[in-house]
Design a protein around this ligand. Structure first.
Ligand SMILES: [Zn+2]
Length: 250
């Protein structure tokens, strides 16, 4: 059997008309580059799919022929509504935005050392974008490092955020993303127990290198990625790189 084409789960954070950042470059993508990246995906014949489709292709033997991409956007910044979503809509492509359920409409309280904390989408914006076809997942309730929490608090972050988002959206929320990519085997098992069907990490590599649907590997798109760099990231499976499950500290 020929090897499966790569399925790349791309990771973005803030997408907008940003000047080149001095730090945290992997957390920013210029909107013009984002637009060019989406056009490239279509031009190069990628399937752009959601996480459910990716899970079925990766773990349930669902056949596929073409190289595939999932677009994930962490944290739910308000700039997504303003800049990235209109571009995705225009190109007719799906994306999953991971929300911090207790911080909708607030700022990124967890970025303690940032002088100006970016705003997060509010509940009304989330509902509007859902009506327009955007997918949403959970990024926990408060964006903690899950391996630093005891079992009860891990459970609350994972279960309560699912419930809160499902109450808001009136439907199942099947996808979870570990804040900071930090997780433990206990947290992973709680994600599964809560009824999620996928969870993404910050372990680098094509999705095909994931051990299971609750430790999906991703590829971060950085401010410095021009189209050549972007294409290179897409076409390669790469080596797995990055932190796997951490020991629980409480
Ligand atoms: Zn995050």
């Amino acid at each position: 059997m020929p090897p499966q084409p790569p399925i790349s789960i791309l990771m973005y954070h803030q997408i907008g008309p940003y000047p080149r950042p001095e730090a945290h470059r992997a957390l920013f993508c210029h909107i013009d580059r984002f637009r060019a990246q989406l056009k490239y995906l279509k031009w190069a014949g990628f399937d752009v799919i959601n996480l459910t489709e990716a899970r079925q292709r990766l773990f349930e033997g669902k056949p596929y022929q073409r190289k595939s991409v999932v677009i994930t956007v962490d944290d739910g910044y308000d700039d997504f509504r303003e800049h990235a979503w209109p571009v995705l809509q225009k190109e007719g492509l799906p994306a999953t935005v991971y929300l911090v359920s207790s911080l909708l409409g607030k700022d990124t309280a967890w970025l303690s050392d940032w002088p100006v904390k970016p705003k997060l989408m509010d509940a009304a914006a989330v509902k509007q974008l859902r009506r327009e076809g955007c997918d949403f997942g959970s990024h926990a309730a408060t964006h903690p490092r899950l391996s630093h929490l005891d079992a009860a608090r891990q459970r609350a972050e994972i279960f309560d955020s699912k419930k809160a988002l499902e109450d808001l959206l009136g439907e199942e929320v099947p996808d979870f993303c570990y804040p900071y990519g930090d997780y433990s085997l206990r947290a992973r098992d709680l994600v599964q127990e809560a009824g999620y069907r996928t969870a993404t990490t910050c372990i680098r590599g094509a999705g095909n290198l994931s051990d299971n649907p609750f430790e999906l590997t991703r590829k971060a798109i950085s401010y410095g990625d021009n189209l050549v760099g972007f294409a290179w990231k897409l076409h390669m499976k790469h080596e797995r790189k990055g932190q796997g499950p951490q020991p629980d500290k409480a």
